[in-house]
Design a protein around this ligand. Structure first.
Ligand code: ATP
Ligand code: MG
Length: 751
């Protein structure tokens, strides 16, 4: 049969094994998603299963869309009747039919995160809770977490000694009551309520069990407890459940994903057949080798074999940039070489389309530099699963403040920030001021000022408005005196905006801080440049970038996304930027890595998206709050085999370090001890490391020949850290390897 001809024997087996529990456990690019799509087609075409009796669940809307397209291509007719969906939309559909049984109206609304926050805050205010002690965002996170674990408000039992939990229990209860009054549900409720519905109303469960005769789940490693429970309930009777996944690609643990689900599947479904797929069809041999090398460093994993018959392909290209702008330019330059466009002079081999190319980064804030450079090169791009940098809430907030400083009559910006962070100037007051401004034909800001001379506002409110006006006037004066980046920093601290985000302390808040940080970096970077930067010129520049959507072709664009969004996708050409300690692996809170193995899996996911060519880059310097900081190479670069990487030509000018041993290596000193003395000259120059050198330390580079007063001559093997703490490892002819503090080493540079 033609369908099955496109599959290898193991894949075919997974397609034919339609009855009973099946686990396809396999590495990246081995055809797991392909198996699911072929299974669907096979069930319909060969087993004559009605499309209505099939449910396939994937992780993102994009993945669901892609799966539907793939099935349609196989069946050559519309796959409309098949239920291919994300967990959330499947649940929303079920609730639309039956939520009345839980006491809600079927016309319920689904609240997004912002609505959720608003409701939660209102509830907490009513309870007179101090937002400083009990942060709404922290509460929201906890509530979401409980929902992910399937714990409803009445089943949550706080510990008697934990004040936070005790409050949480009450807030959770009242929040749910509030949603109920509004006939609304939040995202977490979608899953939780279907679970409840199934538990409380066996007739409804039975009807869905009957409907969903064949259930399939893609990316099973990232399901959370409640999703797994739902699936178990659905297939309880017929057990026709096929899940596919890869423990090496579990990257949502921080959001409650339970990799245990995949590892325990066989226990939960005793008759499970397990099929492993070992052949990768996606990537070249070089790319696959690189991926395997990285992921095998993880200890908590099931060992898997993954090989490919694909050609060796090109080497991976590593670029070491001076700073993030240099890195972004590299990306834009390479893209221009690959794509034939009338706008670019083509130097390379332009056989690709923009849609064949993706750029992955670890955190959203990294997109800013890339976006700017792509705009400059007129390369069309799209941000997948996220917002463009300047469309992000926190960036818009800061820009609104800046706009208002420049132009006090900008009522829209004023409305946006007047109560942000909350300063007790609510919607009602603003409405009244709005009317007043119309009456007097004043701008809103002028109306605020004028209102102070009248007495129709309650004294407390007047005081707050006065405070706000004083603050804004003060900023306006400061703007004359200090630089733009300083002004913005001052603004963020003075208003308490930054402080609030820090207090929230959630991943979301941290990511907002990172974005703001990136905005300040941009300002600082411009200030270092030759042209004068004023608040006005800056805003003008930004409004140009924000209004750029000149590209008509919506389809053919470079995709930009975080590594988390990249799961399940594939592209001929992939750029992974920011391979630095602190970014990938990401240090979430200050200096600690939350989960190194998860970061490594994320890196693995990124590498395995590439079909033909993988570019890696890192930047020697990256700014944080406008201050440049030297960044060390990611340890994941160290884990890549040397032979698989070529260093991009251009960057030899500034010297790159390819594979310096770094301080995190356990075997650091031993490997140095065993190391070879004679570094060849050309290799030495390739291993240059430019060292941060603020107050006259040696401009040391690896490979340099140096003389120590006591140990004599030797060569620099490695450099760690910077400033006062910098350490250097030198292989001395007399005594072997020594690790010294650069500061006190008294080295003389010989060559
Ligand atoms: P991931 O772990 O990244 O989700 P996956 O295991 O789901 O990957 P697929 O996306 O299904 O892998 O397949 C990877 C690529 O290999 C796809 O382009 C797919 O069409 C191709 N492929 C898979 N199996 C075969 C096969 N037997 N013959 C030809 N191409 C195949
Ligand atoms: Mg897949």
């Amino acid at each position: 049969m033609s369908l099955l001809n496109d599959l290898n024997p193991a894949q075919r087996k997974a397609v034919l094994e339609t009855e009973g529990p099946l686990l396809v456990f396999a590495g990246a690019g081995s055809g797991k998603t392909r198996v699911l799509t072929y299974r669907i087609a096979y069930l319909i075409q060969e087993k004559k299963v009605s499309p209505r009796n099939i449910l396939a669940v994937t992780f993102t809307n994009k993945a669901a869309e892609e799966m539907r397209e793939r099935v349609e291509r196989l069946l050559r007719w519309s796959a409309k009747g098949i239920w291919i969906s994300t967990f959330h939309s499947a649940c929303a559909r079920i609730l639309r039919q039956h939520i009345d049984r839980l006491g809600f109206g079927r016309n319920f609304v689904i609240y997004d995160e912002d609505d959720q926050q608003r409701h939660l805050k209102a509830v907490m205010k009513e309870m007179n809770l101090d937002f400083k002690m009990f942060h709404p965002m922290a509460m929201q996170n906890k509530i979401d977490q409980l929902k992910n674990e399937g714990i409803t408000a009445d089943r949550f039992h706080p510990s008697q000694f934990n004040i936070f939990e005790k409050r949480l229990a009450l807030v959770y209860q009242k929040y749910q009551e509030d949603l109920h009054r509004n006939n609304g549900v939040d995202f977490g409720d979608l899953l939780l309520f279907v679970n409840l519905l199934f538990k409380k109303h066996p007739d409804i469960l039975r009807s869905y069990q009957g409907l969903c005769q064949y259930v399939m789940v893609d990316e099973f490693q990232d399901t959370n407890l409640i999703q797994y429970q739902l699936i178990k309930q659905l297939v309880q009777e017929h057990q026709n459940i096929c899940v596919v996944g890869d423990d090496d690609q579990s990257i949502y643990r921080w959001r409650g994903a339970e990799v245990g689900n995949i590892l325990n599947f066989e226990r939960d479904f005793p008759n499970t057949k397990v099929i492993t797929l070992e052949q990768n069809y996606r990537s070249t041999r070089h790319i696959l080798q690189a991926a395997n090398h990285v992921v095998k460093q993880n200890r908590l994993r099931k060992k898997k074999i993954l090989w490919t018959e694909n050609p060796e392909g090109e080497l991976l290209t590593l670029f070491v940039a001076e700073d993030e702008a240099d890195e972004a330019q590299f990306v834009a330059r390479q893209i221009s070489k690959h794509v034939n466009s009338p706008l670019q002079g083509n130097a390379g081999n332009p056989d690709k389309q923009y849609r064949d190319i993706a750029v992955f980064y670890r955190i959203n804030a990294q997109s800013r530099a890339i976006e700017e450079e792509l705009v400059k090169h007129q390369i069309p791009y799209t941000i997948v699963g996220g917002l463009r940098f300047y469309d992000r809430k926190e960036i818009k907030d800061v820009l609104a403040y800046l706009r208002l400083i420049v132009n006090p009559s900008d009522g829209i910006s004023l409305k946006r920030i007047v109560n942000l962070p909350p300063r007790g100037i609510g919607d009602k007051t603003m409405e009244r001021l709005g009317l007043f401004s119309k009456e007097r034909n004043l701008s809103l800001y002028e109306a605020m000022k004028a209102s102070l001379k009248e007495d129709w506002l309650p004294p407390g409110v007047r005081e707050r408005i006065e405070g706000f006006i004083q603050l804004m006037e003060w900023f306006r004066q400061e703007a004359e005196a200090i630089s733009l980046s300083q002004l913005t920093m001052t603004l963020l601290t003075k208003t308490g905006y930054l402080e609030r985000l820090k207090e929230e302390g959630t991943d979301e808040a941290l990511s907002r801080i990172e974005n703001i940080d990136e905005l300040i970096n941009l300002m600082a970077e411009l200030e270092r440049g030759e042209e004068e930067v004023t608040l006005e010129t800056f805003l003008e520049r930004v409004s140009l970038v924000t209004s750029v959507d000149l590209y008509e072709n919506k389809e053919n664009r470079v995709s930009l996304m975080t590594l988390h969004c990249a799961k399940g996708l594939e592209f001929p050409i992939v750029f992974m930027v920011g391979l630095e300690e602190g970014l990938l692996p990401h240090y979430r809170r200050g200096e600690e890595i939350e989960d190194l193995e998860e970061e490594r899996r994320l890196c693995y996911v990124g590498i395995t998206r590439a079909k033909e060519k993988l570019y890696l880059s890192r930047s020697e310097r990256r700014s944080t709050f406008g201050v440049g900081r030297a960044n060390l190479a990611s340890r994941f670069l160290d884990e890549l085999p040397f032979e698989l990487i070529e260093v991009e030509e251009k960057e030899r000018r500034m010297g790159s370090l390819l594979r310096q041993k770094t301080f995190w290596s356990d075997d650091f000193s031993q490997s140095v001890d065993k190391a070879d003395f004679s570094i060849r000259e050309d290799e030495a120059s390739r291993r240059e490391e430019i060292v941060f050198n603020p107050d006259g330390f040696y401009p040391l580079r690896t490979g340099m020949k140096v003389r120590h007063p006591k140990f004599g001559d030797g060569r620099v093997k490695a450099i760690e850290g910077m400033n006062e703490d910098q350490k250097v490892t030198i292989l001395f002819k007399s005594v072997g390897a020594k690790r010294l503090k650069t500061r006190y080493a008294n080295l003389e540079i010989l060559e």
